[in-house]
Design a protein around this ligand. Structure first.
Ligand SMILES: *[C@@H]1O[C@H](CO)[C@@H](O)[C@H](O)[C@H]1NC(C)=O
Ligand SMILES: *[C@@H]1O[C@H](CO)[C@@H](O)[C@H](O)[C@H]1NC(C)=O
Ligand SMILES: *[C@@H]1O[C@H](CO)[C@@H](O)[C@H](O)[C@H]1NC(C)=O
Ligand SMILES: *[C@@H]1O[C@H](CO)[C@@H](O)[C@H](O)[C@H]1NC(C)=O
Ligand SMILES: *[C@@H]1O[C@H](CO)[C@@H](O)[C@H](O)[C@H]1NC(C)=O
Ligand SMILES: *[C@@H]1O[C@H](CO)[C@@H](O)[C@H](O)[C@H]1NC(C)=O
Length: 530
């Protein structure tokens, strides 16, 4: 039985016992991995093409607009794509790009910013990118032979991360310690929000704790962990936690109380759940309670959110919830859930979780293979295959007439057909492959890459598109997000690449844990692997 209540005195759900089958199980196989140099070469080419376009038309600004060959400063003007690309350039062994990025990092002025600052986006892209770059460059086995690191530039990577965090930390100066996500600089100040969200509060703790562990200054980790405390001990209980471990979305930053009980594994909530288990992977000694909360959330999700479409009961998606009422819609963003649940299954030696994650990954695969372009949509819905009476429930309506045929075949219908260069489906294939060694997942990732490469290549780089379900993807939105470099290209590459010190290992012996922006962060604590 769990020790949550005795430790913190607030647990009302501790009576929920895990199923009898929940004991850890020793796996009787270790996956064999194969690499595909032809594929990794093609993915490196795509990186080079995107990088060249960015460097020529946008650097040192944030993002390339590849069709108009200009730039956007959508992430405060510090060169978001360059910082986000660093860890990918390092694992790909791209010495020229690494040199260009390191030369830039030492010159970033984090005291002035273009536009309002998001604490969350700045943490996952910039802090995560800098800390990951530092970790990779200080792990000898992680660097390819043709990369040599200038120690002055290396030191600047960490000191710039620290300087950035020193400017951002004003966010935590709230009555409760729950951070304000919205900031302005010069001088650093809060913009005055009254509320913050689950993901934006709960996706800081890995980066800020890592910064503390690298600098020896415990202040950064303490700030993020204090904000996280309100998410781990949600109040008011009845409203905030409709199912054990599954919590609401909006939090009052004055008193740390939840304002609703609406949520899921979707955007706005997603990476809070992701980081619960990743903190345990980072350091099982300090973050055991985070793991307990993740287990509750996953058990509740398997019991209450797992849903099978009436037209394709072979598929499994996770529903959202409004209180205890399910809502049968999901997102490309939510497809990370498969990979995260597989990771937890590996780390906790729970094959039930691995299997459930593989089911979710296979269903996200169908959101790709069912469309004209072979790319999955931004948001989609389905009708749950519940009882006959439930089929008519107000929260379980049938497909819109215009998509009846598509729904019968695909098991979902499309609410928003954009694709904005998101990684989550390929991310989940990556964990599925590392868990099983089944080359089917490499093939799925390659097919996805080819579809994206064929549909989104635009002008001097790659662009988001308006409609995955028409030939050619509709039209280009003329925008290349920085996470294209950090995530899509890195997961696409890693799943086809040689084994390496930064790869996830099925027996939990890996040296790194990935932040939500796919930046590998060096693990801190002991590694209890079998
Ligand atoms: C390292 O980089 C610094 C800063 O750009 C430069 O002044 C120095 O000469 C470089 N050192 C070497 C050995 O290249
Ligand atoms: C910052 O505050 C201004 C003025 O109240 C508001 O218009 C703006 O939307 C706020 N920005 C953010 C990111 O909340
Ligand atoms: C947040 O809590 C404070 C203190 O209880 C209260 O005065 C304020 O109205 C609440 N804000 C919201 C948005 O509920
Ligand atoms: C829904 O689909 C699942 C998985 O295929 C199946 O086990 C279940 O019996 C189905 N439920 C109903 C009511 O048909
Ligand atoms: C569902 O609702 C439709 C229209 O209201 C009705 O004709 C049908 O009988 C209902 N089916 C069930 C199983 O309740
Ligand atoms: C990817 O797209 C680029 C740009 O259109 C093209 O040159 C390249 O051949 C494509 N790669 C593959 C493997 O199809």
């Amino acid at each position: 039985m769990h020790i949550l209540s005795s430790l913190l005195g607030v647990c009302t759900v501790c009576a929920m016992a895990l199923p009898a089958s929940a004991g850890p199980t020793r796996r009787n196989f270790t996956p064999d991995y194969v690499s595909h140099p032809d594929r990794t070469d093609a993915i490196k080419d795509a990186f080079q093409r995107s990088w060249d376009g960015y460097y020529k038309y946008a650097f040192p600004h944030d993002s390339l607009k590849p069709v108009s060959n200009t730039y956007s400063d959508d992430r405060n003007g510090w060169g978001a794509s360059a910082v986000d690309a660093l860890s990918t350039a390092l694992v790909m062994g791209n010495a020229d790009a690494v040199a260009q990025i390191l030369a830039h990092i030492q010159n970033i002025n984090f005291d002035v910013a273009v536009g309002d600052i998001s604490l969350f986006e700045t943490t996952i892209r910039y802090l995560g990118g800098l800390l990951s770059g530092y970790d990779l460059m200080t792990t000898p086995d992680a660097l390819s032979d043709d990369i040599s690191i200038n120690s002055t530039l290396l030191a600047a990577v960490l000191s710039q991360a620290e300087h950035l965090a020193d400017n951002l930390k004003v966010a935590f100066e709230t009555p409760s310690g729950v951070p304000d996500n919205d900031l302005q600089f010069n001088p650093p100040r809060r913009n005055g929000s009254q509320t913050n969200g689950l993901a934006t509060i709960g996706t800081l703790v890995l980066e800020w704790t890592r910064l503390s562990d690298l600098t020896g200054n415990p202040m950064y980790g303490s700030l993020a962990q204090r904000g996280e405390w309100y998410l781990l001990n949600p109040q008011p209980r009845k409203l905030a936690e409709p199912f054990p471990g599954l919590v609401g979305t909006n939090v009052n930053i004055t008193n740390g109380q939840f304002l609703d009980g609406t949520g899921g594994w979707v955007g706005g909530d997603d990476s809070f759940y992701e980081y619960l288990i990743k903190m345990y992977v980072y350091d099982p000694v300090r973050f055991g309670y985070y793991k307990e909360r993740w287990i509750l959330a996953v058990e509740s999700s398997m019991r209450h959110l797992a849903s099978h479409p009436a037209s394709r009961p072979d598929l499994t998606f996770l529903a959202m919830f409004n209180g205890r009422k399910q809502q049968f819609l999901s997102q490309h963003l939510a497809c990370f859930d498969a990979g995260n649940i597989i990771l937890g299954g590996l780390v906790l030696h729970q094959e039930r979780y691995v299997q459930f994650g593989l089911d979710l990954a296979a269903s996200c695969h169908d959101t790709y293979t069912s469309t004209v372009t072979g790319i999955g949509p931004e948001t989609f819905s389905w009708q749950d295959n519940g009882t006959l009476a439930f089929l008519n429930a107000s929260n379980n309506s049938p497909a819109p007439k215009s998509q009846t045929d598509f729904w019968k075949r695909a098991g979902f219908w499309i609410d928003d057909g954009q694709y904005v260069l998101r990684p989550e489906v390929i991310e989940s294939y990556y964990y599925a492959y590392r868990a099983t060694g089944d080359t089917k997942y490499q093939d799925w990732a390659w097919d996805a890459f080819l579809a994206i490469n064929a549909t989104c290549a635009a002008g001097s780089g790659y662009s988001s598109i308006t409609n995955v379900n028409v030939a050619g993807g509709g039209s280009f939105q003329d925008f290349q997000e920085s996470f294209w470099f950090a995530e899509v290209l890195k997961y696409s590459y890693l799943i086809q690449a040689d084994d390496a010190v930064y790869q996830v290992q099925a027996d939990n012996s890996g040296e790194f844990v990935y932040n939500t922006e796919c930046h590998p962060v060096r693990r801190f604590g002991p590694r209890p692997y079998w």
